[in-house]
Design a protein around this ligand. Structure first.
Ligand code: EPU
Length: 429
């Protein structure tokens, strides 16, 4: 019988105070993979203390790296000849492990990485990663649940158009191209701040890259890279989560450690909903007096509205005055958590990748279950707008992306505790 960790919140809190947000999970994981590109010790600062970072550390250790984590800094000491295998037992727990594919292929000429499969937010293909590496001269096969890529004579520059600005494909191809022979042009790439962060680290390692932050990256391959010290960009999704929590609870929260420019549309939606948003470099403050007004949201690749903030947008809509139309354009399973939101009394109709949300003045506390990282955080915050107590189970999902989630809630005035669900009886014939 598995024990289930849960978070219990008492609704009715008005969030007030300040939170300091650390480095972005979705950057730090890729920066750790980038350390594979150079022998020696790279140091990555401002890394969040979350489960996903622990799993990535283990992926790198099994590749022969020495990895340590202290005071928010990860040190990765990469051997001259790293290993070339990432096993399913880790990759299934952290699909971002797939981002070792590009750097290992570029450095070792061979790699065997488990195919992560889909997950709770969608099917999550790898076709663009594979097609791009093939363009650069790799031979790729899928066997027994593994992606096996080889380039015994090295990778070469190529012109690659992505069908869609995939974050992961952009990162894998970029990390392969920096050591490829010749020039690689990557077009229709992702423009997320985490991609710029990766480019900054690679450039400091000696890579030649231009166009970071645009949809066209030009990479001139070099013979070798050197280890570096780098500081991770602030986590805009964690920052955005607190921004929406402030608006939903009609509170006032100052968020430090995140560039407000990385959340432009998300903060602008809050202004449309009636919030006051004050910004300064590296910080912002959200104040909401009164009930939010309904706003429509449509997720898109950066700089569009982030899909990772969709549960917060749905939560806001659930307590707003009027009807909001929310459209998800990135993941085919992102609405999985809607049934749990409905258990809290949210009035939501789904039609394909659209949701119509009729706002209610108050939700109603209930036991619910987190289905993924962002849905988990969204359900806890929705619980703050509910009458009575809300218990969110399976909060190990939240631990994958939010360091100090409960401590931050407490700091903002919420009555919250973490506990273990009573064991469920096992039934047997
Ligand atoms: N896709 C394909 N083929 C590919 C690559 C992607 O069809 O070869 C599809 C995916 O199935 C998906 C869409 O393209 O429908 C976007 O996928 P993308 O590759 O951009 O996402 P990702 O790299 O797998 C990262 C973040 C996600 C975040 C998305 C979008 C990491 C570790 N994960 O995923 O973060 O939602 O970009 O911004 O960086 C999270 O942190 O909770 C999270 C899910």
């Amino acid at each position: 019988m598995a024990r289930v960790d849960l978070i219990r919140v008492v609704g009715g809190a008005r969030l007030a105070g300040e939170v300091v947000v650390g480095g972005a999970k979705n950057s730090a994981l890729k920066l750790m993979a980038a350390a594979l590109l150079a022998p020696g010790e790279s140091m990555i600062a401002n890394v969040p203390r979350i489960t996903d970072i622990l799993i990535m550390s283990e992926v790198l250790r099994r590749l022969g790296c020495q990895v340590s984590f202290a005071d928010g800094t990860v040190r990765v000491d990469t051997p001259d000849k790293p290993g070339t295998e990432a096993d399913y037992d880790l990759v299934r727990r952290l699909r971002a492990s797939i981002c070792v594919l590009g750097p290992l292929l570029a450095r070792c000429g061979y790699v065997r990485v488990a195919h992560p499969g889909g997950d709770a937010i969608g099917s999550r293909g790898l076709d663009m990663h594979v097609a791009g590496l093939a363009r650069m001269g790799a031979q790729i096969a899928g066997e027994h649940g593994y992606v096996i890529a080889s380039a015994p004579h090295g990778l070469h520059g190529a012109t690659i158009w992505l069908d869609f600005p995939s974050v992961g494909a952009t990162e894998n191809l970029l990390m392969a191209a920096v050591l490829a022979d010749g020039v690689t042009e990557l077009d229709n790439v992702a423009r997320e701040p985490e991609i710029i962060d990766l480019c900054d680290m690679l450039i400091a390692m000696g890579a030649r890259i231009s166009g970071a932050g645009t949809s066209r990256l030009l990479v001139e391959g070099v013979g070798e890279l050197r280890p570096v010290q780098h500081r991770t960009v602030g986590d805009r999704i964690v920052g955005g989560t607190w921004a929406y929590a402030a608006a939903m609870t009609r509170g006032q929260v100052t968020v430090r450690g995140v560039e407000p420019g990385h959340l432009e549309i998300a903060l602008d939606k809050l202004v449309s909903a009636g919030a006051e948003v004050m910004t300064e470099p590296g910080a912002f403050r959200v104040t909401m007096d009164g009930r939010p007004a309904a706003v429509d949201v449509s997720t898109l690749p950066y700089p569009g509205f982030a899909t990772d903030l969709l549960p917060m947008a749905v939560g806001l809509a659930a307590v707003s005055e009027g009807t909001s139309f929310i459209t998800e354009n990135i993941f085919d399973g992102r609405f999985m958590f809607i049934n749990e939101m409905s258990r809290l009394g949210a009035d939501i109709r789904i039609d394909g990748h659209h949701a119509a949300v009729r706002g209610r003045d108050r939700l109603s506390g209930a036991p619910v279950r987190a289905t993924d990282i962002r849905a988990g955080a969204g359900l806890v915050i929705a619980g703050l707008c509910a009458d009575g107590v809300t218990e969110v189970a399976a909060v190990h999902h939240i631990d994958r992306g939010y360091p100090d989630f409960v401590a931050d809630l407490r700091r903002l005035g919420v009555t919250v505790e973490r506990g273990v669900a009573p064991e469920e009886p096992a039934f047997a014939f």
